[in-house]
Design a protein around this ligand. Structure first.
Ligand SMILES: Cc1cc2nc3c(=O)[nH]c(=O)nc-3n(C[C@H](O)[C@H](O)[C@H](O)COP(=O)(O)O)c2cc1C
Length: 172
């Protein structure tokens, strides 16, 4: 992960790190930590893409598949994350890319439907449901670590990533 800013870890950021840490040995999972560095999308800026967008585009180009762990805000996609997707809409890196949603909340039905629609619209290959989910919201850091560190949970993360790896190898 880039950057060294201190912040209070949320359930989603702890979850992302846990999924990356528990990936099978032949997987490499990088957490992209630059969403908040992106400028506001405008089609007028696309012909001369801002430098700050290039790490996102490069990360998407370089990977075999994308895991998305995204909270639901007001029954939708958080603005900062939709902004990141908007920067990719007209570019070459995202179409055809295998994508799996992984959920740190079991409640986010609106988010899931919105994300499915957006990701299909930008021609991603969506891993079919059921996606990986665990309920971590409203837990403190100690409770989250306890849920994520059991052998059953770590095996479940590995199993789902292996299934996604097989899907990505077929679809990507
Ligand atoms: C502004 C805002 C709006 C939210 N709206 C929803 C929502 O509509 N539905 C939902 O399930 N959770 C909603 N949440 C909760 C988040 O999706 C997420 O689960 C929560 O922020 C995780 O917090 P934690 O990491 O502190 O546990 C909202 C959170 C915020 C900050």
């Amino acid at each position: 992960m880039r950057g060294s800013a201190r912040f209070e870890a949320t359930s989603f950021s702890v979850f992302r790190t846990a999924v990356a840490t528990n990936a099978p040995h032949d997987f490499r999972v990088d957490v992209f930590d630059g969403i908040s560095d992106l400028p506001l999308f405008s089609p007028d800026k696309e012909s001369d893409t801002p430098d700050s967008v290039l790490p996102l585009a490069a990360a998407v180009a370089a990977c075999d598949g994308i895991l998305i762990a995204c909270p639901e805000y007001a029954h939708g996609i958080p603005g900062a994350f939709k902004n990141a997707l908007d920067w990719l809409v007209s570019r070459f890196e995202i179409p055809g890319k295998p994508v799996m949603l992984v959920h740190a909340s079991t409640r986010s039905a609106y988010l899931r439907a919105h994300l499915h629609e957006v990701l299909r619209t930008i021609s991603c290959q969506l891993y079919p449901e059921p996606e990986f989910e665990v309920h971590l919201i409203r837990k403190d850091r100690r409770e989250i670590d306890a849920v994520l560190s059991t052998e059953e949970m770590r095996a479940a993360m590995r199993t789902k990533l292996e299934a996604f790896g097989r899907f990505a190898a077929q679809e990507g």
